[in-house]
Write a protein that binds this ligand. Structure first.
Ligand SMILES: C[S@@+](CC[C@H](N)C(=O)[O-])C[C@H]1O[C@@H](n2cnc3c(N)ncnc32)[C@H](O)[C@@H]1O
Length: 327
């Protein structure tokens, strides 16, 4: 009922897509010796949507701001064309035991691309487990240091597993994994990071439409669900406070809910200004819609940030992401 009010005529199509099998992207592991994989994927008609978007950005160099500045060309993620529901085979290990690619919702890469990591940036991934976006951050090859945190110890174990399966030891040593409550981060290490990713717990809509057991929309979990925007706001505030002046934060969810998306961002900007005297600028990411229109379906009516809507021909998302700059 809530989403039909928010998305209006689009909701029946989004709902049908959520009930159908989701599409994956194959995030190439730059640390593995995978010379034949790209050939194999391209023979199967898959393309790297990141480099395609990045090329398009370079061609439109006259645009302001220059689009190419915001896309990391080191990240490579293959997807099949719109309407093609071919599935990727499971990844194989190379001679060093590293897996050649990581299968993930390709829309999950957009918050990482929006973060636009630059060489030697100190990066914090505040809610990192199980680690898909942490792995993508490492694929840029640019992080000076990466702090990956998640309050859940069991989920942090999955993050370690991913690091061991995809990342060589010398790179793993540049990552510090912790299990703190992200809301307390300021007391540990405030104002130190160039880039902070705040990928918060949310109603995980795609998962929730299918889940019978322990569904976040179950009556039993009403209180927890109603408290989610508060938890999200506290985590985003912690992310803003962890950022150096001039640094950037990307907030993301995999929910369609504007209460968990734009409303949380609006509230955080307001609290930063009024309670902490910190001015925060919401960056324009609308060029993502232009660059990646062939791969994803974007919602055109977000007040702030961008939202990928699941679509039967491009069944990725939902994924909301919004970028804030601490002025
Ligand atoms: C959407 S998931 C993160 C997914 C992850 N970024 C990825 O790409 O694989 C949200 C995570 O937030 C964690 N979380 C929940 N409350 C938290 C808190 N107070 N502090 C830090 N992490 C928290 C959950 O354990 C969960 O792993």
């Amino acid at each position: 009922m809530s989403y039909s009010l928010q998305l209006k005529d689009l909701w029946p199509s989004v709902r049908a897509s959520l009930l159908c099998e989701q599409k994956y992207g194959a995030l190439l592991n730059n640390f593995s010796a995978h010379s034949h994989v790209t050939q194999e994927l391209e023979l199967m008609n898959a393309t790297d949507f990141v480099s395609k978007g990045s090329k398009e950005a370079q061609q439109s160099a006259a645009t302001s701001p220059p689009l190419h500045a915001s896309i990391s060309s080191n990240i490579k993620c293959y997807t099949y064309p719109r309407g093609d529901i071919t599935r990727f085979r499971p990844a194989r290990r190379d001679c060093l035991g590293l897996l050649e690619y990581y299968l993930m919702d390709a829309a999950s890469l957009l918050p990482v691309l929006a973060l636009n990591v630059q060489r030697d940036d100190l990066v914090l991934d505040l809610c990192a487990a199980p680690g898909g976006k942490t792995l993508a951050l490492l694929q840029t090859g640019l992080c000076g240091h990466l702090a990956a945190n998640d309050v859940s110890i069991s989920r942090t174990k999955r993050l370690y597993d991913i690091l061991h399966s995809y990342v060589p030891k010398e790179i793993r040593e540049t990552v510090s994994v912790t299990s703190h409550d992200g809301r307390d981060w300021e007391q540990l290490e405030g104002g130190t990071f160039h880039k902070v990713l705040v990928d918060v717990p949310c109603t995980t809509d795609r998962h929730s439409v299918m889940e019978e057991e322990n569904n976040i929309f179950h009556k039993r979990r009403t209180k927890e669900r109603q408290m989610l925007p508060m938890l999200q706001l506290q985590l985003l505030m912690a992310g803003i406070l962890a950022t150096k002046p001039g640094g950037e934060v990307v907030y993301s969810t995999c929910s369609l809910s504007s209460l968990q998306n734009e409303c949380v961002v609006e509230r955080a900007v307001d609290i930063a200004e009024t309670q902490f005297n910190i001015s925060v600028h919401v960056e324009d990411l609308s060029y993502f819609r232009t660059l990646f229109k062939d791969t994803f379906s974007f919602f055109s009516d977000c007040r702030l940030g961008e939202l990928v809507l699941p679509h039967l021909t491009a069944n990725f998302g939902p994924m909301y992401f919004c970028k804030l700059r601490r002025v």
